[in-house]
Structure formats: C-alpha cells, structure tokens
Design a protein around this ligand. Structure first.
Ligand SMILES: [Zn+2]
Length: 314
C-alpha cells in the first residue's frame, strides 16, 4: 500500500496555507521524501510523520524552495542521535550535499551520503530499488538541472488457489511461495506455471514532475500512472520560461494517460483553493484532477484511491 502526504504545495514563496515543496511517500518499511523545502521537518511534526524514519530523500533540483529544509532537518537527526545513514539523491548531489554539511558549526554523527542522479541523458534511469518497488528519474526542462521521479510498485501475481490452482493440486503456503519465485512447480509429475493459475496485478505507479516546462520526459515517466503529481505554478495562461500553465499540465496528463493528476507547487498569487479547482475543471480530461493542499493524504489501496487529510487540519 502506497501512502503519499503533501507536506508543502506552494512554490518560491510560502503562504499561510501552502509551505514549500515536500512530498512524503510510505510503502512497507520505507519512508521517503520527494523534495525538502524550508520547514519540511515541522510540517512532518504537524502531520504525525516521524522525521527520523526517512532514509532516502530525492531532490528534484537545487532551487531553495525544494531543498532548504535539509539544513535544519539533518541537524535535527543529529540531535536525536541518528546512527543510520541518510541518502540524499539529486542532480549534482555530491556538490550540494557537501555544501549543506559544511554550513555552520556542526558535524553529523551519522553518514549523509550523496547519490548523484543523471540529468544529461534523455532517458529514464533506475536510481533506487527494493524487492517491492523501484524509483526512477528522468531529466525535465527547467532553468537548472532538474529531474522528475517515479515510484513503481513491482507487479505481483494473484494466485487462484481455490479455483484454477485446485485442479493442479496447489495448496496455500510454501508451494505458492516457490511458484512465485521459480515461475513454475511440478506437482505429481505435472508442471504448473504461474500463468496457468495466476493473474498479474499491476503495481501502483506515481510520478512527480519537479519544476518544469511542459516536456515529453514528464509524459514518458508518468505513462499510464495511477498518479501524476505535476508542477502547476500558474493557473492562467501566461508566458513563463520555468513552468507550464494549467492547460499545458492537463494536456501532459492526457498524453500520459494518467488516472489521477495532482496539481501542486502553486504560485502565492492563488490564495483561493476553490478558485483553482474551478479553473482546473475547465479543461477536458479523463483523469481525476486533484488540487493538492498541505496535509492532503493519498492512499492507494487494492480497491482504489482514498483521499484524506492528516495532522493539524483534521
Ligand atoms: Zn520550485
């Protein structure tokens, strides 16, 4: 089950309602962050998320509204006696992580490991993986090296033990584990394959664009996703060299065939949330359009997406 909490949905300048960018992802034992704008650690406290549990932070680019929260956050981890290493991924991560660790009179009692993410080749790259999911990145189009990220749960098999499986003499327990591992089993001299008795359950896919102009790579990394979180700095159609407009963002979502499009990173000029919702409804899309708010929680369950809130706005 993938859980996502928007800890910050504003852009360059925070507002009373919207903090700088940060998105928490939780899957199994893994707690991760996509971006870490100023004040992220406090937003985590409000939302009930334990800041110490995060092991991997993925920074889309090194504009302060996406990383300035790291300075205080790593020092808090140190105060709390952290010993486990912390991994910070991002384009040119080595240079910027070294700079952050060099600020002020302190030194961490744990390892902070920079993991550079490629931003020069136009291709999707796997940058982190576990048994159950992978995280990929792809370069996008901003004024500085910037990448989009994607979480992909691995596909899994649903074995029909009582139906199709019964005909082959399949039983719950170790047999199922071996079948999933090997792809086949031999039961009483008869070979049974996964395809004979199981169907594939597609894993959940959620992508995050980072700050970007409209570009094909955002569409590529968000292809057929359950959720496409996308930079929607400007709601109206204005010329800008750093971000797309709402119309362009929805168009990217349509091309990607995303099931849900979550708009985020709003300029402070849009103080009325309902007004953004109204504007978003003007554009044609098959996707469910979500206007993200700070503390909004998205949970992907087998039966579908649940949208709720955590923390101070409960
Ligand atoms: Zn930004």
């Amino acid at each position: 089950m993938l859980e996502i909490v928007f800890l910050g949905t504003g852009s360059g300048i925070p507002t009373r309602e919207r903090n700088h960018s940060a998105i928490w992802l939780h899957y199994g034992e893994e707690n991760m962050l996509w971006d870490c704008g100023e004040g992220t650690q406090r937003q985590m406290l409000f939302s009930g998320i334990n800041p110490m549990k995060i092991d991997n932070i993925f920074i889309t680019h090194w504009h302060a509204d996406h990383w300035a929260g790291l300075i205080g956050y790593v020092q808090t981890m140190n105060f709390e006696g952290r010993k486990r290493p912390l991994y910070i991924h991002g384009p040119e991560a080595e240079r910027f992580v070294a700079d952050i660790l060099d600020l002020g009179h302190w030194g961490p009692g744990f390892k902070v490991i920079a993991k550079p993410v490629q931003y020069e080749k136009d291709e999707e790259t796997t940058i982190y993986e576990s048994e159950d999911f992978i995280i990929t990145s792809i370069p996008v189009k901003h004024t500085v090296p910037t990448v989009a990220y994607c979480f992909k749960e691995r596909d899994s098999w649903n074995v029909d033990v009582d139906g199709k499986g019964k005909r082959f003499g399949l039983k719950e327990g170790r047999m199922i584990g071996n079948l999933k591992k090997e792809g086949f089993l031999v039961i009483k001299d008869r070979k049974v394959t996964l395809e004979d008795v199981a169907t594939v359950r597609k894993g959940v896919k959620a992508a995050y664009s980072g700050d970007t102009m409209p570009c094909d790579n955002v569409i590529e990394i968000s292809k057929d996703s359950d959720l496409m979180i996308v930079d929607s700095t400007f709601v109206e159609n204005i010329e800008d060299r750093m971000h797309g407009t709402l119309e362009e963002v929805i168009e990217m979502g349509n091309k990607a065939n995303a099931k849900n499009i979550a708009l985020t990173h709003f300029s402070r000029r849009y103080s009325d949330h309902d007004e953004i919702v109204k504007e978003a409804k003007k554009y044609k899309t098959k996707a469910n359009v979500i206007v993200a708010e700070d503390m909004m929680k998205l949970v992907f369950r087998k039966k579908g997406l649940e949208i709720g809130k955590v923390g101070m706005k409960d």
